[in-house]
Design a protein around this ligand. Structure first.
Ligand code: DX5
Ligand code: ZN
Length: 242
């Protein structure tokens, strides 16, 4: 299954934002992830619709907007007008999640629901039919550069199984602590959209090299999986001929 990369601009150098996003686009980014924080839903502040509007002028990639804010309904129109293509809204603290999702669809945008590390994947059961994507948070939302929470791996597997059962075709994304080491782990667990901030924008090596490192880790994983499948096939052929 092809894995998509969604660079999160939270870790970008904002003084060179356009340039860095262009570099990500030229090196195989599939979409751009915009983290919106209100200092209330999460203990940090980040960016608003003006950034989306500026990005819209420099990239043709889909702009996905991760709303880590207490009342996402208040800002959907503004972000949609600015150029957001999809919205990731949280299950936590939203008493009207179905309504929020319907409003996103009514705006003609893609809808995704995100769940925090302590939230069971099963909460997606009654909403997944209405979604284009789910997002399993692999860190607690609010900050970039945090350590990947490994206990989310079995949850990604459970969410993948739930999606296959209820809405095959719905994408399974992960967000937080994704780098060349963790990318193959989450992809093996069933994630097909990987959000990565510091692993792409945070190092001195530059965006192109960072993108390549992630892509190589994922391609290498395909080789390993193929080799394992081949040897399993050979084993079973040997068994049946014995
Ligand atoms: C965290 C944000 C993430 C963040 C990921 O709250 O939702 O999108 O930018 O950053 P890294 O990849 O550095 O963990
Ligand atoms: Zn995010």
């Amino acid at each position: 299954m092809t894995v998509k990369l969604a660079p999160s601009i939270l870790a970008a150098d904002f003084a060179r934002l356009g340039q860095q996003v262009t570099e990500a686009e030229q090196n195989g980014a599939d979409r751009i992830h915009v983290d919106v924080m209100d200092g209330h839903f999460v203990p940090n502040l980040s960016m608003g619709p003006a950034i989306v509007q500026s990005l819209r002028r420099v990239t043709g990639l889909p702009l996905e907007t991760h709303l880590m804010i207490s009342d996402p309904d208040l800002f959907l129109d503004e972000f949609a007008a600015a150029g957001s293509d999809s919205f990731l809204v949280h299950w936590e603290g939203n008493n009207n999640l179905h309504r929020t999702v319907q409003r996103i669809r009514a705006l003609g945008k893609r809808a995704a629901v995100a769940i925090n590390p302590a939230t069971p994947g099963a909460v997606l059961d009654e909403i997944v039919q209405d979604l284009d994507q789910v997002l399993v948070m692999t860190v607690n939302p609010g900050f970039g550069h945090q350590q990947f929470i490994r206990t989310t791996l079995p949850k990604i597997e459970r969410v993948r199984a739930l999606v296959e059962r209820r809405k095959p075709g719905c994408e399974v994304g992960v967000d937080g602590g994704i780098d060349a080491t963790t990318a193959p782990l989450v992809a093996r667990a069933g994630a097909t959209v990987l959000v990565a901030g510091s692993a792409i924008f945070g190092g001195r090596e530059g965006v192109a090299t960072a993108m390549k490192r992630l892509q190589t880790a994922l391609n290498h994983m395909d080789d390993e999986t193929e080799a394992a499948e081949q040897s399993a096939l050979q084993r079973s052929q040997r068994c049946s001929s014995e």
